[in-house]
Write a protein that binds this ligand. Sequence first.
Ligand SMILES: [Fe+2]
Ligand SMILES: [Fe+2]
Length: 198
Amino acid sequence: MSATLTDPEAIRGRFVEAMADRPEKLQKHANRVERGALHLAAVHELDRDICAAAAAGHDLFRHCKDAELLALSRSYSVPITEDELAAPIVLHGPLAAVYAREAMQVDHDEILSAITYHTTAHPDYSLESLAVFLADKVEPRKARNDPGLMAVAAAAEHDLYAAAAMFLERRLTSQLNSGQPLHPLAVASRNAFLRRAL
Ligand SMILES: [Fe+2]
Ligand SMILES: [Fe+2]
Protein backbone atom coordinates (compact mmCIF):
# COMPACT_ATOMS: atom_id res chain seq x y z
CA MET A 1 0.00 0.00 0.00
CA SER A 2 1.35 3.48 -0.86
CA ALA A 3 2.16 6.01 1.86
CA THR A 4 -0.50 8.18 3.49
CA LEU A 5 -0.82 11.58 1.77
CA THR A 6 -0.96 14.60 4.07
CA ASP A 7 0.67 17.27 1.90
CA PRO A 8 -1.93 19.28 -0.10
CA GLU A 9 0.33 19.52 -3.15
CA ALA A 10 0.85 15.75 -3.21
CA ILE A 11 -2.88 15.23 -2.67
CA ARG A 12 -3.66 17.52 -5.61
CA GLY A 13 -1.25 15.50 -7.77
CA ARG A 14 -2.99 12.27 -6.82
CA PHE A 15 -6.41 13.74 -7.66
CA VAL A 16 -5.21 15.08 -11.02
CA GLU A 17 -3.88 11.60 -11.84
CA ALA A 18 -7.22 10.00 -10.93
CA MET A 19 -9.17 12.59 -12.95
CA ALA A 20 -7.14 11.72 -16.06
CA ASP A 21 -9.45 8.78 -16.82
CA ARG A 22 -12.65 10.72 -16.11
CA PRO A 23 -14.67 12.27 -18.99
CA GLU A 24 -12.85 15.21 -20.61
CA LYS A 25 -15.75 17.58 -19.84
CA LEU A 26 -15.36 16.82 -16.14
CA GLN A 27 -11.59 17.34 -16.25
CA LYS A 28 -12.09 20.74 -17.87
CA HIS A 29 -14.68 21.66 -15.24
CA ALA A 30 -12.27 20.67 -12.44
CA ASN A 31 -9.57 22.83 -14.04
CA ARG A 32 -11.90 25.83 -14.19
CA VAL A 33 -12.92 25.31 -10.56
CA GLU A 34 -9.27 25.12 -9.53
CA ARG A 35 -8.48 28.39 -11.33
CA GLY A 36 -11.50 30.08 -9.73
CA ALA A 37 -10.63 28.77 -6.26
CA LEU A 38 -7.04 29.99 -6.65
CA HIS A 39 -8.34 33.42 -7.67
CA LEU A 40 -10.54 33.60 -4.55
CA ALA A 41 -7.62 32.32 -2.44
CA ALA A 42 -5.49 35.22 -3.72
CA VAL A 43 -8.26 37.79 -3.13
CA HIS A 44 -9.02 36.58 0.41
CA GLU A 45 -5.47 35.50 1.36
CA LEU A 46 -6.34 31.83 1.86
CA ASP A 47 -4.24 28.66 1.68
CA ARG A 48 -3.75 28.12 -2.06
CA ASP A 49 -2.63 24.50 -1.82
CA ILE A 50 -5.70 23.41 0.16
CA CYS A 51 -8.00 25.19 -2.32
CA ALA A 52 -6.23 23.65 -5.33
CA ALA A 53 -6.32 20.12 -3.90
CA ALA A 54 -10.00 20.25 -2.93
CA ALA A 55 -10.93 21.70 -6.33
CA ALA A 56 -8.93 19.01 -8.18
CA GLY A 57 -10.72 16.17 -6.34
CA HIS A 58 -14.22 17.50 -5.72
CA ASP A 59 -15.94 15.83 -8.69
CA LEU A 60 -14.17 12.44 -8.91
CA PHE A 61 -17.61 10.74 -9.07
CA ARG A 62 -19.71 13.47 -10.71
CA HIS A 63 -20.00 11.45 -13.96
CA CYS A 64 -21.80 8.54 -12.22
CA LYS A 65 -25.53 8.00 -12.60
CA ASP A 66 -27.80 7.79 -9.53
CA ALA A 67 -27.84 3.95 -9.38
CA GLU A 68 -24.04 3.77 -9.58
CA LEU A 69 -23.67 6.49 -6.93
CA LEU A 70 -25.97 4.56 -4.60
CA ALA A 71 -24.18 1.24 -5.23
CA LEU A 72 -20.68 2.72 -4.77
CA SER A 73 -21.79 4.64 -1.67
CA ARG A 74 -23.12 1.43 -0.15
CA SER A 75 -19.91 -0.44 -0.94
CA TYR A 76 -17.76 2.30 0.67
CA SER A 77 -20.18 2.62 3.65
CA VAL A 78 -21.03 6.24 2.88
CA PRO A 79 -24.02 7.19 5.08
CA ILE A 80 -27.18 7.51 2.97
CA THR A 81 -30.04 9.45 4.52
CA GLU A 82 -33.58 9.91 3.21
CA ASP A 83 -32.40 13.24 1.79
CA GLU A 84 -29.71 11.52 -0.29
CA LEU A 85 -32.13 8.81 -1.40
CA ALA A 86 -34.40 11.59 -2.70
CA ALA A 87 -31.47 13.19 -4.57
CA PRO A 88 -28.58 10.69 -4.97
CA ILE A 89 -26.50 13.27 -6.88
CA VAL A 90 -25.59 14.76 -3.47
CA LEU A 91 -23.65 11.53 -2.75
CA HIS A 92 -20.91 12.30 -5.30
CA GLY A 93 -19.14 14.58 -2.78
CA PRO A 94 -19.22 12.28 0.29
CA LEU A 95 -18.32 9.29 -1.92
CA ALA A 96 -15.29 11.12 -3.40
CA ALA A 97 -14.04 11.98 0.10
CA VAL A 98 -14.48 8.45 1.50
CA TYR A 99 -12.86 6.97 -1.61
CA ALA A 100 -9.97 9.46 -1.35
CA ARG A 101 -9.37 8.48 2.28
CA GLU A 102 -9.72 4.73 1.81
CA ALA A 103 -8.49 4.00 -1.70
CA MET A 104 -6.08 6.91 -2.26
CA GLN A 105 -4.68 7.21 1.27
CA VAL A 106 -5.56 10.91 1.48
CA ASP A 107 -5.36 12.08 5.09
CA HIS A 108 -6.31 15.76 5.28
CA ASP A 109 -9.54 16.58 7.13
CA GLU A 110 -10.07 20.06 5.69
CA ILE A 111 -9.62 18.98 2.07
CA LEU A 112 -11.89 15.98 2.59
CA SER A 113 -14.54 18.13 4.29
CA ALA A 114 -14.45 20.63 1.41
CA ILE A 115 -15.04 17.74 -0.99
CA THR A 116 -17.69 15.98 1.11
CA TYR A 117 -20.02 18.99 1.38
CA HIS A 118 -19.41 20.76 -1.93
CA THR A 119 -23.03 20.29 -3.07
CA THR A 120 -24.83 21.58 0.05
CA ALA A 121 -21.98 23.43 1.80
CA HIS A 122 -21.66 23.00 5.58
CA PRO A 123 -22.36 25.48 8.42
CA ASP A 124 -18.80 24.98 9.77
CA TYR A 125 -17.08 25.27 6.39
CA SER A 126 -13.62 26.91 6.39
CA LEU A 127 -12.99 29.89 4.12
CA GLU A 128 -10.89 27.62 1.86
CA SER A 129 -13.84 25.22 1.54
CA LEU A 130 -16.14 28.14 0.78
CA ALA A 131 -13.77 29.39 -1.93
CA VAL A 132 -13.91 25.97 -3.61
CA PHE A 133 -17.70 25.76 -3.15
CA LEU A 134 -18.21 29.15 -4.80
CA ALA A 135 -15.65 28.56 -7.55
CA ASP A 136 -17.60 25.39 -8.42
CA LYS A 137 -20.99 27.14 -8.43
CA VAL A 138 -20.04 30.21 -10.48
CA GLU A 139 -17.39 28.79 -12.81
CA PRO A 140 -17.46 30.56 -16.22
CA ARG A 141 -19.42 27.90 -18.11
CA LYS A 142 -22.21 27.77 -15.50
CA ALA A 143 -22.33 31.58 -15.29
CA ARG A 144 -22.68 31.80 -19.08
CA ASN A 145 -25.74 29.55 -18.95
CA ASP A 146 -27.23 31.32 -15.92
CA PRO A 147 -26.29 35.03 -15.89
CA GLY A 148 -27.94 35.44 -12.45
CA LEU A 149 -24.81 33.76 -11.07
CA MET A 150 -22.76 36.83 -11.97
CA ALA A 151 -24.06 38.60 -8.84
CA VAL A 152 -22.87 35.66 -6.73
CA ALA A 153 -19.44 35.81 -8.40
CA ALA A 154 -19.25 39.56 -7.80
CA ALA A 155 -20.21 39.12 -4.11
CA ALA A 156 -17.52 36.43 -3.73
CA GLU A 157 -14.87 39.07 -4.47
CA HIS A 158 -15.83 40.84 -1.24
CA ASP A 159 -17.45 38.39 1.19
CA LEU A 160 -17.41 34.61 0.79
CA TYR A 161 -20.14 34.10 3.40
CA ALA A 162 -22.51 36.62 1.78
CA ALA A 163 -21.88 35.09 -1.66
CA ALA A 164 -22.49 31.54 -0.43
CA ALA A 165 -25.70 32.62 1.36
CA MET A 166 -26.84 34.34 -1.85
CA PHE A 167 -26.10 31.25 -3.95
CA LEU A 168 -27.92 28.91 -1.55
CA GLU A 169 -30.94 31.23 -1.34
CA ARG A 170 -31.21 31.21 -5.13
CA ARG A 171 -31.05 27.44 -5.28
CA LEU A 172 -33.35 26.81 -2.30
CA THR A 173 -35.90 29.25 -3.75
CA SER A 174 -35.86 27.51 -7.09
CA GLN A 175 -36.22 24.10 -5.42
CA LEU A 176 -39.17 25.40 -3.36
CA ASN A 177 -40.79 26.90 -6.43
CA SER A 178 -40.53 23.64 -8.35
CA GLY A 179 -41.70 21.44 -5.47
CA GLN A 180 -38.34 19.71 -4.92
CA PRO A 181 -37.12 18.64 -1.49
CA LEU A 182 -34.60 20.89 0.31
CA HIS A 183 -31.44 19.32 1.71
CA PRO A 184 -31.30 20.23 5.44
CA LEU A 185 -27.53 20.93 5.28
CA ALA A 186 -28.10 23.51 2.55
CA VAL A 187 -30.70 25.26 4.75
CA ALA A 188 -28.43 25.14 7.84
CA SER A 189 -25.48 26.41 5.78
CA ARG A 190 -27.49 29.32 4.39
CA ASN A 191 -28.53 30.34 7.92
CA ALA A 192 -24.97 30.07 9.25
CA PHE A 193 -23.47 32.05 6.34
CA LEU A 194 -26.14 34.75 6.65
CA ARG A 195 -25.13 35.25 10.30
CA ARG A 196 -21.44 35.46 9.37
CA ALA A 197 -21.81 37.72 6.33
CA LEU A 198 -20.25 41.17 6.76
FE1 LIG B 1 -19.91 18.32 -7.76
FE1 LIG C 1 -18.08 20.59 -9.69
